[in-house]
Write a protein that binds this ligand. Structure first.
Ligand code: PXP
Length: 238
């Protein structure tokens, strides 16, 4: 049975919009676990636009399932990961100007050696290290050479596709990628852009062990919860 790790970044996005203390991503994580989540994911970005260092430290103490830290391959982040010791680290590409992560890491590029070095350092300190990659066999083979613990397949392209034929092709790429990752003995994860409608096709790929899903769940919780929130305030106002 596939596991679900809930990404609570966007609870922090809402909090940071006012620089208030709520909504607290830690509270959201606790409720997500109560609702059956198998893990909690956060992305500590270099610009700290949503999750803060405090959130990560408190989540480490509170999360009872599995804490996955998404982070860029930088010396600062590697040090934080070694200090906090989450259950898993997922290395992602990060650009300051992007709204969200755009595409997987490029292991064919110049930063391959750096990612290899950081992966080794993190693994030597006892952490599992996944790499966030497009469903590209060449990238996956390099991840294996780098000795990554697993690969999170980037499903963002699939999620954004409107054309049925193209979408079918992308599902095939993800399916082949999942098979290759599994054959190479690495953990198979997937995520980005998955929602209540598009998750079903990807869910059919049995090799995928874990899904990391954030935005659609947080967006839904705002609309699903608004009636109750308004009712409670109406009672107070009246
Ligand atoms: N996986 C990775 C590596 C990500 O960077 C993100 C976004 O932070 C997600 C999964 C979750 O994506 P979404 O918020 O679109 O569900």
């Amino acid at each position: 049975m596939a596991r679900l790790s809930v990404n609570v970044d966007h609870v922090a996005t809402l909090r940071q919009a006012r620089r208030e203390s709520e909504p607290d991503p830690v509270t959201a994580a606790m409720l997500a676990e109560t609702a059956g989540a198998d893990g909690i994911t956060v992305h500590l970005r270099e610009d700290r636009r949503h999750i803060q260092d405090r959130d990560l430290a408190v989540l480490k103490k509170m999360v009872k399932t599995s804490l996955n830290l998404e982070m860029a391959a930088t010396g600062e982040m590697v040090q934080i990961a070694m200090d906090i010791k989450p259950d898993m680290v997922t290395i992602v590409p990060e650009k300051r100007e992007e709204l969200t992560t755009e595409g997987g890491l490029d292991l064919k590029g110049h930063n391959r050696e750096e990612i290899k070095r950081f992966t080794r350092t993190l693994k030597d300190s006892g952490l599992k290290v996944n790499l966030f990659l497009d469903p590209d066999p060449e990238q996956i083979k390099i991840a294996h050479k780098i000795d990554a613990s697993g690969v999170e397949i980037h499903t963002g392209r699939y999620a954004n596709m409107r054309d049925d034929h193209m979408r079918g092709q992308e599902v095939k790429r993800i399916y082949n990628a999942a098979n290759l990752i599994s054959k190479l003995g690495m953990a198979v994860h997937a995520g980005h852009g998955l929602d209540y409608r598009n998750v079903s096709m990807i869910r059919e790929i049995g090799e995928i062990e874990e899904f990391a899903i954030g935005f659609s769940i947080i967006a839904r919780s705002v609309t699903a919860g608004i009636e109750r929130a308004v009712r409670e305030m109406v009672e107070l106002v009246r």
